[in-house]
Write a protein that binds this ligand. Sequence first.
Ligand code: NDP
Length: 285
Amino acid sequence: MSSQSFLSILTGSFSTPCADNPTVAMIEAGYRAAGIDARYINCDVKPEALGDAVSGAVAMEWAGFNCSLPHKVAVIDHLDELAESAKIIGAVNCVSIRDGKLIGDNTDGKGFLASLKEVADPSGKRVLLLGAGGAARAIAVELGLAGAAHITVVNRDPKKAETIAALVRDNTACDAAAQGWEGGVRVPDDTQIVINATSIGLGDAEAMPPLALETLRKEFVVADVIPNPPKTKLLRQAKERGCTTLDGLGMLVNQGVIGVELWLGRTLDAGVMQKTLQEIFGASE
Ligand code: NDP
């Protein structure tokens, strides 16, 4: 008789109900390809039940879990420790459980950074960041920690842009400024990386952040956080102008890879995970 346990390693996500969570298919494909007997389970957790859900995960010896909105800030009250960037960002989307101890991290920005580093090192670069929501905040902090020289945060609500710029200036060696979004944003010539971190383009291949396209130079890296559809109008237009483009699938894949490294100390095959997402969302760039 085999001495192997009948219990799989448990990981998953605490979120609100959604029709489809592509992360489940992506991570489980990664587990299967690596021969890891683990599951990634999406759980519907109401805000008032978050504490009980966290205790349940500890009691059932889960290795870790992701949490999406609205739990990213509230979960912090239930954790023992925070990683550096999660502390600065003030939000956690990935919790590891080690010897019953809960450690919170934020993999949104780390996933983006890992994807960006496949085409450009952000160290010393000037960045134009569109949007000032949760994704923009995490990306700005990670870019600052990775040594970017300057970030201009552009948002309709300039107060939100200034909050992120101040967070970067106060917690990293990177300089940052805020800019209100009026009409088509002109990208300064000395920019090297342009990032759309707004929700414009999600579920709409023709939606386009208001941007003066003629200011995009072929030397720029243009990145989009939108995973679905991956070929956003911004990336198609940027590619036509000769820019290096980066879609939102890589950010999602790398978040999964980083999460499993934190939980199990194993590195999943990013290619297998990317292929799974492409089957769900359609081909990328
Ligand atoms: P938030 O709701 O926190 O922020 C949305 C941002 O988009 C805000 O800055 C908002 O501006 C801006 N925005 C929305 N509509 C417009 C518009 N019409 N014109 C100008 N600005 C607009 O969302 P998140 O930051 O959490 O997520 C943003 C996107 O990132 C989502 O589409 C999500 O799918 C994607 N994402 C992708 C990930 C990946 O792994 N690929 C991971 C996480 C997120 P304002 O403040 O003025 O309202």
